[in-house]
Design a protein around this ligand. Sequence first.
Ligand code: TYD
Ligand code: MG
Length: 453
Amino acid sequence: MATKEKTVFFCKSCGNESPKWFGKCPACGEWNTCVEEKEVRGKKTEDRRQPTDAVPMPIQAIKNAEEQRIVLPYEELNRVLGGGLVLGSLVLVGGEPGIGKSTLLLQTALQLTDKRVLYISGEESANQIKMRADRVGIHNDQCLVLTETDTQAILKHVKEVQPDLVVVDSIQTLSSPYVDATAGTVTQIRETAAEMNRIAKGFQVPVFLIGHITKDGSIAGPKILEHIVDTVLQFEGDRHYGFRILRTIKNRFGSASELGIFEMNANGLREVTNPSEFLLSQRDEEVSGIAIAATIEGQRPMLIETQALVSTAAYGTPQRSGTGFDIRRMNMLLAVLEKRAGFRLNMKDVFLNIAGGIRSDDPAIDLSVVAAVLSSNADIPIDSRYAFAAEVGLSGEIRAVTRIDSRIAEADKLGFEKIFISKYNAKGLDTRRFHIEVVPVATIIDLVTQLFG
Ligand code: TYD
Ligand code: MG
């Protein structure tokens, strides 16, 4: 049968298909994401769709089967997967180029000495992979390396090898002989991901798919992938710092708000199991503009350092910049300080930084940001044994945050002496089990009095 060829337009961001070119995607609203691709609909594709022998059955008759999981060598990785890797699951690991995706999965593959792992790479040569394995210094005879990009060839090898785990680096290099498009196009990504999913489900083997993400944060080609795969993990961090955060974005087999932390060293990635101790900078003398926030990232309490620098604006328009913190939120907090507490910050440059290249959007960090700004403005240091955990409202009121117990407990565990929280959180809180002194604050003015007298 002759194949029919037609041109279609896809949105690179969400995969929306359109017969006409568009400037703004009608589905996701993104601009300039339109790509033109040839779509081939022919016999081959139809042939592969085979009916299964599934029959309808009453829901009550379905047995609750516990998913079987492989426990991976890294606790941080198990955590984000919801307690290990489910057999037959397809896991997308997204991240910007150079963040350490290949390193993470190669290390994991090499550590699994009692499992047969098939590491498929279309990005690097076998030699490069060997060099990386030598660099991380783990030896494993069970790990097989395959440099292949054709999905049907991969299927053949999986059939032969019968691996316990498959790693594919990366989805953007794969191509399926069933569709006539170059690797990395929306058509190919969609097709190859679906084929990898069939491999995962058919052989009940877990498959890790590496995917590069574009600058705007969407996995290239990508939102299309999010609904095909079972789990989406995002590897992120500032390349100039060693810390890497692995976040769960979606998980069919566990919570979608987990987080794992790694550190990139000269010989590979290392897990960070006690993040607070790493994120707090060691300082001998007290400096102004630093406050410690007791945040919850994912499910984990973590102490992070917020640093502010407030100085008289050198030019007419004051500069405001923030690293790791939403700049609009910072402007809002500065406006609150101005309006509700009378601090004249409108002619000041304000720079804000979260130490360690970490990004946080926990509202509980507000109080610490405000404290750091006030401290820098007055040039009075805050005691390094004080921590903060509360949201700041528009009227200058200090608002309650979730899981206050865990936050206090974490600060307590690390030997902090005082933690400032909202008075609404303090109500009914049993503070006797903590050594740390819990200081309830009601408003920003209240905070200023408590901190600077
Ligand atoms: P890589 O895993 O290749 O990133 P990705 O697959 O996400 O593109 O990691 C690349 C970076 O990590 C590279 O800049 C070098 C650095 N790196 C180390 O610092 N230490 C190491 O042991 C390794 C293997 C890489
Ligand atoms: Mg790579």
